[in-house]
Design a protein around this ligand. Sequence first.
Ligand SMILES: Nc1ncnc2c1ncn2[C@@H]1O[C@H](COP(=O)(O)OP(=O)(O)O)[C@@H](O)[C@H]1O
Ligand SMILES: [Mg+2]
Length: 380
Amino acid sequence: MIPLMDLLLILAWGTLPALAAGALGLGVLRLLAGRSFGAMLAVVAVVTVLATVGGVVAIAVAMFISPHDRTVVLIVLACAAVVGLAVAVWLGREATTAGRALLGAVREVPRLGTYRAPEETLPAELAAVSEELTKVHAMLAEARTRERALESSRRELVAWVSHDLRTPLAGIRAMTEALQDGVVSDAETVARYHRQIGRDADRLAGLVDDLFELARIQAGALRLTLRQVGLGDLVAGAVAGVEALAAAKGVRLRAAAATGPPVRADAEEIGRALHNLVVNAIRHTPGDGVVEVAAYADGRGARLSVADSCGGIPEADLPRVFEVAFRGEASRTPAPDRGAGLGLAIARGIVEAHHGHIGVTNAGPGCRFDIHLPVAAPGP
Ligand SMILES: Nc1ncnc2c1ncn2[C@@H]1O[C@H](COP(=O)(O)OP(=O)(O)O)[C@@H](O)[C@H]1O
Ligand SMILES: [Mg+2]
């Protein structure tokens, strides 16, 4: 048993030099802030050695250990210090090498175009940084690909739309010139030209309107005025606007009785989406075919569907019909009816602004477009 006084003395003589060495070490570490991890490790090792040696020497002096014993202890300490320092230096080197490897991998990014994690085994913290870099890089690459696809589809859209704008404009110009120059004068042809000019002007107005709507959707600037809307009203509205178009083609239009509670929606915008679906359905259905518009409530909300007799959309096109400017195969879409391929993109934008979902499947004699609107309406 060590007497209490001795114990206190040992604690005092052991702690004081250790505290002094620790304070010195902290000061030096402060000065080294931002320097290499290896240098800091060396400082830590030196502090440990100084604290130990200081403590042993102080106690040796205070407790009158014989010079012989003191020398023995100091030699043992010196050996331990040399080995400890060597290990610290080695560890510092390893850490520095790992850091450099990571830095090298990051610096290679511009040359390789991608981040490749270093092959060396990295300490956990650096490995985590490297893993995050891999993830962030993948995210950035994905964003870049998406942006490029968007940019190219935008360019295509501009090209197509300018073509679509130019065609009716050229027609209008040719017909007005013919009328002005008196090239056509018989009453029937003049009336026909006037009708055609009116139709071309309507087509241009419709296209400009669609472009405007699409721009608002893409900019996230679609303002919805949400009200309680009856499903029956939505169906009736969609059918009423296209009766003449269906009759002209001999397509039978059926509005299935709508059942279910009202939904919270922007009646005008959802009406527009439904209208686009119904017009497509009539266009792609041969004379004597049937187009059916239905609405009903299901467990999670309301479902609006438009089924036609188009003969089905090719499987490969199904996932693409909602893309901006997608128009399928030219041969399948009757030429004078050809739209700009914006109708379904607009319908999807409107439905998604309602936090709903729109999809298409081939069913029966044609295809069916389904709009699902959730019960929980989006916030204002
Ligand atoms: N009811 C339908 N039946 C068959 N094909 C359709 C139908 N609706 C859309 N499609 C296909 O999807 C394409 C995109 O439709 P949409 O976006 O409305 O553009 P647009 O009507 O101007 O061609 C159409 O060109 C057509 O190929
Ligand atoms: Mg369309």
